[in-house]
Design a protein around this ligand. Structure first.
Ligand code: PAF
Length: 285
């Protein structure tokens, strides 16, 4: 595996692969890799000749400096795991390489889908994501890029970015990888105490409970969401939002919408956990 932290080396390798007619899949990450990230790398491997992974803790997408400082940085172990997964190139630049020291560098403004849910709780977050993802697309010019569905709103923001800015890149969403007890894998799970870790799967089981209620024809969304928040609060969570939306655009559903998604974010101790559950109202499982 080639391990590069500078743009010139990255571009040289990308150019060589392009000249050889190889297809390139990009897996952007902020590091502290877990099985969820590695599943993205495996998917990239299946789909393209070359897998490029990036590790960069992007300051532009953090609305809280304490959160940015606390974010786990584990580059050596990340590089080892990527090497074991036969990743072809790891690009792990520092902030100076990505942003220089300009006081106010150009930013990409994310589209309409970014203003609610995560966007409302974390002002500027999706503009930071859209900016770094655009930069990584420009630097690596991949044929495709793989993102986890755990960050469902991010995935839609990136799909809109690609459409609106005319990137010729296929965006692939990969299903959330879960622990045996249902907790979605996340770098932020490391912030949980032993006791909180035991309570954490309640987030996903609350989403499953909600889905079951909706499937049984209980259509009183506001009552269901209040009950869901109460369930979470009883287990020590401080819910941020929990919402039932349409999968395609995250708007409130009407009676004819069948493809729905429940999205939630809740604090458990120092960890802000997010999760979602997509389903079709007619499905039987
Ligand atoms: O999902 C993430 O880890 C980040 O938001 C991403 C896409 C790597 C951009 O920094």
């Amino acid at each position: 595996m080639i391990h590069s932290s500078n743009i010139r080396t990255l571009r040289t390798h990308i150019q060589q692969w392009k000249q050889q007619g190889k297809s390139i899949a990009l897996v952007p990450t902020m590091g502290n890799l877990h099985k969820g990230h590695l599943a993205l790398v495996d998917r990239a491997h299946q789909l393209a000749d070359i897998t490029v992974a990036t590790v960069f803790v992007n300051p532009a997408q953090f609305d809280n400096p304490d959160d940015l400082n606390a974010y786990p940085r584990t580059l050596d172990s990340d590089a080892r795991q990527l090497q074991e997964r036969d990743c072809d190139l790891l690009f792990a630049p520092d902030t100076q390489v990505m942003y220089g020291d300009k006081p106010s560098p150009t930013r990409v403004e994310a589209g309409a889908i970014s203003t609610q849910l995560e966007g409302e709780s974390r002002p500027g977050h999706f503009s930071g994501v859209a900016t770094i993802v655009s930069k990584l697309f420009n630097l690596t010019t991949p044929d495709m890029a793989i993102f986890g569905e755990k960050d469902y709103q991010q995935l839609l923001v990136i799909r809109q970015l690609v459409e609106d800015l005319n990137y010729d890149i296929q965006i692939i969403g990969h299903p959330t990888v879960r622990e045996a007890d249902g907790l979605a894998m996340s770098s932020r799970n490391g912030y949980l105490t032993t006791e909180e870790r035991l309570a954490a799967p309640m987030l996903y089981s609350t989403l499953q409970w909600l889905k079951q209620q909706l499937r049984q024809g209980n259509n009183n969304h506001s009552e269901l969401l209040t009950q869901a928040k109460n369930r979470l609060a009883e287990h020590g969570f401080k819910p941020d939002y929990i919402e039932i939306r349409r999968q395609k655009d995250l708007q409130h559903p009407n009676n004819n919408d069948q493809k729905l998604i429940i999205l939630a974010s809740a604090w458990l101790g120092k960890a802000r956990l997010i999760d979602n559950l997509a389903f079709q109202t007619g499905d039987l499982d």
